[in-house]
Design a protein around this ligand. Sequence first.
Ligand code: ADP
Ligand code: MG
Length: 446
Amino acid sequence: LWQYIIESFSKSLNPASYKAWFGPAEPVQYIDQTLIVNVPTPLHRDYWTQKLNGQISDLIQEVSGEKITVLAKLPSDPNPLANSESVTTPKKVSVAENNNSSSFLKETQLNDRYTFDTFVVGKGNQLAHAAALAVAEEPGVFYNPLFFYGGVGLGKTHLMHAIGHQMLENRPDAKVKYVTSESFANDFISSIQTKRQEEFRREYRSVDLLLVDDIQFFADKVGTQEEFFHTFNALYDDKKQIVLSSDRLPNEIPKLQQRLVSRFKWGLSVDITPPDFETRIAILRNKAEAEHVSIPDDTLSYIAGQIDSNIRELEGALMRVEAFSSMTRTPISTSLAAEALKNLKVSGKSSKLTIPIIQDKVAKYYHVTIADLKGKKRVKSIVIPRQIAMYLSRELTDASLPKIGNEFGGKDHTTVIHAHEKIAEALHTDTTLQKEVNELRAELQD
Ligand code: ADP
Ligand code: MG
C-alpha cells in the first residue's frame, strides 16, 4: 500500500515537494482501513492532515474502491491504534525504498520499472508493443509520430518509458525527454512568465526522442497547442522521433486543433485494449515474482478473474492481497485473497452497465421519454437530459463514440463528443447539474 502511495505521489508531485513531504514520512501501521504515518514536524503533520491525507484516501478509493483513513502524527504522539492487535508493517514498506523511488526520477524522468522487460505482451497490446519496439530501435524511421490510445491503466505510459529506456540503452548519448502534456504546458507557460522562451525551445527542440503523455489534456490550451505544433514540426523535420499518448483518438479530443489532428495521423495510431484472462495472469505472475512473493496458481486466477479491465487495478488488487497476508501473517491463498478483496468494488467502467439502462434511468429522472432522448427535439428540457445521457454513456460504459451515437437514434459521433464536452464543462460551475449527475451516476453504479 505504502509503496503504491509513494510511487503515485512521486509521479504526481514535483520532485521537490515529493521529497519534502514523503521523504521523511514513515508508515507505522495499517489496520482497519486506517494508515498511520509518522512525520517529523508539526508543519509536516498539518500539511499531511490538510492536504495529503485526503488525496491519499481519494487515490486509494479510486484504484480499489476502498475508503481508507490516513492519520499523520509525530513520532511522539500516541498511536491511536495502539490498542488494536499489533502488527508489523508489510516487509516492502520501508523508508529506504521511499528514498529510492524518488531517485528513479532521473534526468530523463524515466521510471526504471517501466521497461520492455517488465512489459507483458498479450492480445490487447501486441501491436502497440511491436510498434514501440520498432520505434525504439529505429527512431524517426518507421512511425512518426507513434500514437498510443486506450483506456486508463492499460500500459500506455509504461510503453512510452520503455521506448525511452531502450533508446538510451542503444545510444547512451541520445537525448530523451518524457513529459505529460500538462508539464509541457506548465513548462511553456512558465517560460513565458520568466522570459525564457528561447531556453524552452532549445530544450524541447533539441531532443532525439520526445514522449508526450496524455495529450487529451491539451484540449482547451490554445497557446500550448500552438507551441506544441511548432515543437512537433521542428522535431519532425529533423527526423526526430515523437511518441504521443491519449485516452482516445486525436480526432475525438475536444478542442484539439485540426492541424495537430492531421499531423498526428501522419504516423501510426495504435490502440491498447484491456488484457484477456491469460495476459492478466501473466502480469500478476510477473509482478509477484519481481517482488519475491509466492502465490499459488489458483489464487492468481482468482485475482485475474476479479479484475478485468485495468492493469493498474490488477496491480492494486495484488498489492492488497500481499499486504493483507503480511498483516495477518497468513500465507497467500485463494480464500485469503477473497477476504482481502471482498470490499473491492471495481471502480470506473462497469461492463454490465449498458446504454439502454442509462437512457432508462435518465428518462425517468427527468420525466422525458426514451424516444425524446433518441429524437431530435431541440427544446432545452429534452436537450439537457439527452446530453447527460450521452455524457454518462461515455463515462460509464466502454462503448465507442459511434456506438453511442447509434444508440441515440443514429446520431453522428461528433454530436456525442459535443454533448460530452458541454456537460463536462457545465459541471465545473453548475452545482444543480453536479448534484443531478452525481445522483444518476450513483444510482447507475449501484
Ligand atoms: P496508462 O498510461 O495506459 O494509464 P500505465 O502505463 O500507467 O497505464 O500502466 C498502469 C500500470 O500497469 C503500471 O504500473 C504498468 O507498469 C502496469 N502495466 C500496464 N501494462 C502492463 C503490461 N503489459 N505488463 C506489465 N505491467 C503493465
Ligand atoms: Mg498513463
